[in-house]
Each structure stands twice: as structure tokens, then as C-alpha cells.
Design a protein around this ligand. Structure first.
Ligand code: NAP
Length: 311
């Protein structure tokens, strides 16, 4: 079997086109576009790329997008003050604070920041209020990556209700909300993590397998029931040749890319899984682009919820 590739990039492009007229209509109704503020602290190269892509997509769909930068030396108090200012801003409907924060801010800095963002502007869906509302299946702004996965499964016609979904990973930003969203759509859900014994055996029971781990190629052929839908959330930069060679055979274009650039982006799912799975998200071009698109959708939703009662 060769898995059908689930084209997240294509869906992301279509969804952004769908959003444009809605954003234009909002701007016409309210005399201003939805406003997204992104807070970036320090100079983490990966964060710079993520933020640039988010700002670009925001501008493309017609949002006002503002980058609010603080230096790496900024304190937690500086960051909280900036968030408070954005909470009070009439032109910003959405606030995103890019992770990770500088280590010097302390181990609970991210939690303190998420506790401070106004829930109605929390387009990442990380505040306790939005997480709690999601758990109770009430209207909420929901984390972008897992909502993107659901969107992809539903639009690709992959049935969720009544199926067994296994999620590897239990982080607050991906694994836990992913499991809840699948549960809300009537899947029977198993959550696996680093202390799960017999991981391959657990995963083999899945009709839908979601890998959100951060380990290049962890999910091998023997983790996958033939025909299962496999969603690869992992984004891992491989810089060791031996690892690249363990993933891609000689002559594979991705190995050639590695040999040329010295690094290659891979998921948590080994490429050999394509021979067993029924459907599979590629990396890159699968879940990643949808995460940004869901951020755009959450921003429009937040703007409507703030300005249009009953939206
Ligand atoms: P995280 O906070 O590090 O969580 C990783 C999870 O994987 C943890 O629950 C951990 O278990 C589990 N785990 C680690 N090693 C394992 C193993 N050998 N076997 C089974 N479980 C294991 O990571 P995250 O933020 O959820 O992100 C996961 C991956 O998704 C990363 O590659 C990240 O880059 C990617 N990601 C992609 C997007 C996107 O837009 N595509 C967005 C966000 C994240 P414990 O809880 O027991 O430690």
C-alpha cells in the first residue's frame, strides 16, 4: 500500500482564500481590519522565522499585523506590561506571545504570560479560561495545531466518530488539546507519552495515529495498522548525517537536500510508514501550514466575538 498524502499546504492555501472575503467584510462593517499583535522577545532564529511567516500570512488575508519586539534582556515584568497594554488596545483583537521566552525570565514565565493575556484575545488558546472552556465543550479559542489537524481530517473525509485514535504526546499545546478534540468528535482516544510501555503495540491499535513527540522518525512501520490515517505533527531539524541516512535511502531527494544544506526538516514519522498507512501527512507541507491558517481563523473569530455580539 502507498499512503494517500494529506495535503495540508493545499488546504491551508484554500482556507486562506476563504478567509479573505470574510476579513474584507469585517473591515467594511467596522471601519478597520481585525488586528493581530505578535510579541517576540530576544533573537531566537527559529522564532524569527515562525513570526515572519505569521505576519506575512496575516497581512495576506487582510489583517492589521503588528510586531511588538522586546530585547533578550527584557524582564518578565516588561513582558507582562506589554501584554497588559495590548489587552487594553482597541485595535488589537488577537495577541500571540511567541514561545520560547528567554530562559532568564524563569521557569514559570510562559504560564504567567498566558495567565495575563485577555482570554478573548488569546488566539493560541493557551489561557486557563480557554483551555477550561474547551474541556467543557463550550465555545472557546482552541489551540491552532490540533484544530488544524481536525480540519484536515474532516475536509479529507477521514471518519473520526467511532474510531480509535492514538495520540503520542501530552503537551499542553498539542497532545492534550488534540486528544480532547478527537474525543469531542466521538473517537475513542488513547494518549501515549514517554512512560508508555509497548508504544508500538499501543499505536498499532489506532485507526487514526497522531504523533506529536519531537523525535525524528520515531514512528516506524510496526507502529501502524495497515490502512490507518497517520498525522505527523513533529518538526525536527536533523543535522547528523547518520540520522538522515537512517530515514532516507541513498539517492532520495531529501537525503540529497541534507547533503547539500547540512540539515533537513523531518517529522516524527519514519518515511517507511507511507508503505503501510492509508493516509499520511507529509513533513513539510502537512500540519505546519495549517497551524498558521488556524491562527488566522482564530484572529477573525476573536475580532468578531469582540465586536459582534452573538458572533
Ligand atoms: P513537547 O512539549 O516536548 O512534548 C512532547 C511529548 O512527547 C511529551 O508528552 C513526551 O512525553 C512525549 N515523548 C517524548 N519522547 C517520547 C517517546 N520516546 N515515546 C513516547 N512519547 C514521547 O513537544 P510539543 O510542543 O508537543 O511538540 C511536539 C512536536 O510537534 C515537536 O516536534 C514540535 O516541533 C512539533 N510541533 C509542530 C507544530 C506544527 O505547527 N507543525 C506545532 C507545535 C509543535 P512526556 O510528557 O512523558 O515527557
Amino acid at each position: 500500500m502507498t499512503a494517500r498524502l494529506l495535503d495540508g499546504q493545499g488546504l491551508a492555501t484554500r482556507m486562506q482564500e476563504e478567509l479573505k472575503p470574510e476579513v474584507a467584510a469585517f473591515a467594511a462593517r467596522h471601519g478597520r481590519p481585525p488586528g493581530l499583535a505578535i510579541v517576540l522577545i530576544g533573537e531566537n532564529p527559529a522564532s524569527e522565522v515562525y513570526v515572519r511567516n505569521k505576519l506575512k500570512s496575516g497581512a495576506e488575508v487582510g489583517f492589521r499585523t503588528d510586531l511588538e519586539r522586546l530585547p533578550a534582556t527584557a524582564t518578565l515584568a516588561d513582558t507582562l506590561a506589554l501584554v497588559e497594554r495590548l489587552n487594553a488596545s482597541p485595535v488589537h483583537d488577537a495577541i500571540l506571545v511567541q514561545s520560547p521566552l528567554p530562559k532568564a525570565m524563569g521557569h514559570d514565565a510562559e504560564q504567567r504570560v498566558f495567565d495575563t493575556i485577555a482570554p478573548e484575545k488569546d488566539v493560541d488558546g493557551f489561557t486557563p479560561e480557554n483551555v477550561g472552556r474547551m474541556v467543557q465543550n463550550r465555545p472557546a479559542l482552541v489551540a491552532c495545531t490540533p484544530s488544524g489537524v481536525i480540519e484536515l481530517l474532516e475536509r479529507e473525509g477521514i471518519q473520526i466518530a467511532g474510531r480509535h485514535a492514538v495520540v503520542i504526546g501530552r503537551s499542553d499545546i498539542v497532545g492534550k488539546p488534540m486528544a480532547l478534540l478527537l474525543l469531542q468528535r466521538d473517537a475513542t482516544v488513547t494518549i501515549c507519552h514517554s512512560r508508555t510501555p509497548n508504544l508500538a503495540e499501543m499505536c498499532r491499535q489506532a485507526d487514526i495515529l497522531v504523533a506529536a513527540v519531537g523525535r525524528a522518525g520515531l514512528v516506524r512501520r510496526d507502529f501502524v495498522k495497515p490502512g490507518a490515517a497517520v498525522v505527523d505533527v513533529g518538526m525536527n531539524k536533523v543535522t547528523e548525517e547518520a540520522v538522515a541516512r537512517s530515514l532516507f535511502p541513498e539517492g532520495h531527494p531529501r537525503l540529497a537536500l541534507f547533503l547539500k544544506k547540512g540539515s533537513v526538516l523531518v517529522g516524527d514519522v519514519h518515511p517507511e510508514v507511507a508503505e503501510v498507512a492509508g493516509a499520511l501527512t507529509p513533513v513539510p507541507g502537512g500540519v505546519g501550514p495549517l497551524t498558521i491558517t488556524m491562527l488566522m481563523r482564530n484572529t477573525l473569530r476573536a475580532a468578531r466575538m469582540r465586536l459582534e455580539a452573538g458572533a
